[in-house]
Design a protein around this ligand. Structure first.
Ligand code: ATP
Length: 225
């Protein structure tokens, strides 16, 4: 079983009178085979939590563990390599490369990750379910918000990571697509044995979740486990 954990994580931004404590003594766990949802209002610390989980920023104090290995102390190339091997991000900004077609966004992954790629047939299945097969030769500037979001999800899956960390992955989608994408995340967790972590305020995803946390003002509570 794959496991991603936060232990007593605090995150403080700014200094003295400008200080914001975005996370307060957060304990958290996500496991392979499960969809874990972190629900919370805007500004509650969801993006901060997700980026600390994935090693994109460091906690002020506390620990991040992946599969029993300490992750928060890793720096530079060691951290990059570890992240590349384990983690796929779907960020709010989609972070698609503007001068590459959708297809080239995927194959770009091959340049940095040489082993453990997804098999072509499984990936084509994801592409079909995300409804982006006809968009493969388009550039990001030619895509709608929802299409960009689905391309960003596909790119995260292409790298075949153990952990998929998604920040508001359904924000630009209509209800029908939310149900489809939610079910896809659930299938990826269950059938491909991945750990899927979604931060969102989209309550429509609740029914797909195995584990639900609530984050309010940087404090986390578990609602379903
Ligand atoms: N780099 C930063 N510098 C200073 N303050 C920050 C920084 N990043 C986040 N914050 C603050 O930390 C708190 C939590 O922000 P965060 O973006 O994690 O919340 P969120 O729940 O993801 O919000 P949203 O749903 O609007 O994206 C907010 O008060 C925010 O202003």
């Amino acid at each position: 079983m794959q496991k991603l954990e936060l232990k007593k994580v605090n995150k403080i931004f700014g200094a003295k009178s400008n200080q914001v404590q975005a996370l307060k003594e957060v304990n958290f766990e996500a496991r392979s085979g499960e969809v874990t949802l972190i629900l919370g209002p805007s500004g509650s610390g969801k993006s901060t939590l997700l980026t600390i989980l994935g090693g994109l920023q460091q906690p002020t104090s506390g620990e991040v563990w992946i599969n029993g290995e300490r992750f928060d102390g890793k720096k530079g190339k060691a951290a990059d390599a570890f992240r590349l091997d384990h983690i796929g991000f779907v960020l709010q900004s989609y972070s698609l490369v503007p001068y590459l077609t959708v297809n080239d966004q995927f194959t770009l992954v091959d340049k940095v990750k040489k082993t453990g790629q997804i098999d072509k047939q499984t990936f084509q299945g994801y592409i079909d379910r995300l409804g982006i097969d006809k968009l493969r030769h388009k550039f990001p500037g030619e895509l709608s918000g929802g299409q960009s979001q689905r391309a960003a999800i596909a790119r995260a899956l292409y790298a075949n990571p153990d952990f998929i960390l998604a920040d508001e992955p359904t924000a630009a989608l209509d209800s029908e697509r939310v149900a489809e994408v939610g079910q896809l995340f659930k299938d990826i967790a269950e059938k491909a044995e991945k750990a899927v972590v979604i931060v969102t305020h989209d309550l429509r995803l609740r029914e797909k979740a195995d584990r639900i946390y609530q984050l309010v003002d940087g404090q986390i509570t578990i609602e379903k486990s």
